[in-house]
Design a protein around this ligand. Structure first.
Ligand code: G4F
Length: 357
C-alpha cells in the first residue's frame, strides 16, 4: 500500500486528491493549518471523513523542524503540497503570511525530504498567477514569469525551489502550473462559486441580486477533479518535470454568469457599461426552478460594484496544456457548461438543505 501526504487537505484540491488516492488504494495523511479551519465540509461532501485509510493532522508548514518530524514519522511515498493562502486578491494585506505558507512552506518540505528520505516524490502546486503580467498568450512552460502580487511572488519562489531541488539534489520534485480550476467544492470567495451560489439563492427566492466586479475579466476555467488526476500522473511519470494544467479556453465573468443563470432557467439581458453595467431577467423557462420561485422578468439580478475590481489584466491568463497532453496523456474533457451546471446543481441542493459550504 502506497502512503501519501497531502498538505491543505481541507481545500478543494486537497479533498479531491484525497478521494483520488483513496480510490487508488493509498493510505492518505492530510494536514491542515494549526489553529486554522476546523471546517471539513469538503471532506464531508465527498463522504471521506471516516475513511479507515484517511488520517488528518494539524501541521505548521512554516516550521522546518515540524516538517522533518512529520515526514520522518509518516515516511510517505508521495507528497502533494496543496496547502496555500490562495486568494490572490487579499495577498497584499497578508504578504508575510503568504510568503511563509506559499513560499517557505514548499522549501521546508523539500528540505525535509532531502534530509529524511530523498526518494520521496514531491508535487508542488504552482499557479498561473506566476505569469502575472504575462508577456505572451497562451502561456506555456516556457513563458517568462512576471508575478504581480505577493501570492504569485511566493509561489514563484516555491516553483524555483522545486526545480532547484530536482536539479541539485536529484529529488523527484515536480511543479504543476495550474490555471483556475473550479468545482462544487470551490471556495465561495472565488468568482465562479460566488456566481453559482448567488444564482442558486436567487432562483430559490433566498436572495435578490448578486454584486460582482469586472464582468469583462477573462479566465481559463478548468475542472478541479481533472486537474488532481494530472497532478497524480505527474508523480507517476518516469522523469520529474514542470507542466501547465489548463483548459486552453477563455470565458468572461459575464459569460460564466450567463451559463449559470441558464442552468436554473433564467436568460439574462445585460445593459450599461463598466461600473454601471447590470443584468436583468430577460426570460424565464417555464417549469424551471426560477419559474417555481415566482421571479419576474425585468428584475435586476446582477450589479457591478467597484469594491470587487482588480487592477486591469492586459494579457489574459490562458494556458496551453499541450506538454501534459503529449507526455502524460492528460486531456481536459469537461465542458465549461457541464462544469458550471454541476456547480449550480450542488449549490441549489446545499441551499435547499441548508448545508453551509
Ligand atoms: O475567482 P477569482 O477570485 O480567481 P483568481 O484571482 O483568478 O485566482 C484563482 O486562480 C489562480 C490561478 O489558478 C490561483 F492561483 C488562485 O489561488 C485562485 O485559485 O477571480 C477570477 C477573475 C478575476 O479577474 C477577478 O477580477 O474574476 C474577476 N472577478 C470579477 N468579479 C471577481 C469578481 N473575482 C472575485 N473573486 N469576486 C468578484 O466579485
Amino acid at each position: 500500500m502506497k502512503k501519501a501526504l497531502i498538505t491543505g487537505v481541507a481545500g478543494q484540491d486537497g479533498a479531491y486528491m484525497t478521494r483520488l488516492l483513496l480510490d487508488k488504494g493509498y493510505v492518505v495523511y492530510g494536514t491542515h493549518r494549526q489553529g486554522g479551519t476546523t471546517d471539513f465540509w469538503r471532506l464531508s461532501e465527498l463522504g471521506l471523513h471516516d475513511h479507515p485509510d484517511f488520517h488528518r493532522r494539524e501541521h505548521d508548514l512554516s516550521d522546518l523542524t515540524a516538517c522533518i518530524g512529520l515526514i520522518a514519522e509518516i515516511m510517505p511515498d508521495e507528497i502533494y503540497n496543496l496547502a496555500s493562502l490562495s486568494f490572490a486578491g487579499s495577498s497584499f494585506g497578508q504578504a508575510g503570511a503568504s510568503t511563509q505558507i506559499n513560499g517557505i512552506g514548499a522549501f521546508n518540505l523539500l528540505e525535509a525530504i532531502r534530509q529524511v528520505n530523498p526518494g520521496i516524490r514531491f508535487y508542488q502546486a504552482s499557479t498561473s498567477e506566476m505569469f502575472g503580467k504575462a508577456r505572451s498568450f497562451p502561456q506555456n512552460e516556457d513563458t517568462p514569469f512576471c508575478p504581480r502580487n505577493p501570492y504569485g511572488v511566493a509561489k514563484l519562489y516555491a516553483h524555483w525551489m522545486t526545480v532547484n531541488y530536482r536539479e541539485q539534489h536529484d529529488i523527484f520534485a515536480v511543479s504543476g502550473i495550474a490555471f483556475n480550476h473550479e468545482s462544487p467544492l470551490r471556495g465561495p470567495e472565488f468568482v465562479t462559486r460566488k456566481i453559482t451560489n448567488g444564482c442558486a439563492r436567487i432562483a430559490l427566492g433566498d436572495a435578490e441580486a448578486l454584486l460582482l466586479g469586472n464582468l469583462d475579466a477573462k479566465r481559463d476555467w478548468g475542472c478541479a477533479q481533472e486537474y488532481v488526476e494530472c497532478m497524480w500522473r505527474m508523480l507517476q511519470a518516469d522523469v520529474p518535470d514542470t507542466f501547465v494544467l489548463a483548459s486552453n479556453r477563455m470565458e468572461t465573468v459575464r459569460g460564466f454568469a450567463h451559463r449559470a443563470f441558464e442552468a436554473v432557467g433564467i436568460a439574462l439581458a445585460f445593459r450599461g457599461e463598466a461600473a454601471n453595467e447590470s443584468a436583468a431577467i430577460d426570460a424565464i423557462v417555464p417549469d424551471s426552478l426560477a419559474a417555481a420561485s415566482g421571479l419576474r422578468t425585468g428584475q435586476t439580478v446582477i450589479r457591478v460594484s467597484p469594491d470587487f475590481y482588480r487592477p486591469a489584466e492586459e494579457v489574459p491568463l490562458i494556458g496551453d496544456p499541450g506538454k501534459a497532453g503529449k507526455k502524460l496523456d492528460w486531456h481536459p474533457r469537461t465542458s465549461l457548461d457541464d462544469l458550471c451546471r454541476s456547480m449550480v446543481a450542488a449549490d441549489v441542493r446545499r441551499n435547499q438543505q441548508r448545508i453551509p459550504a
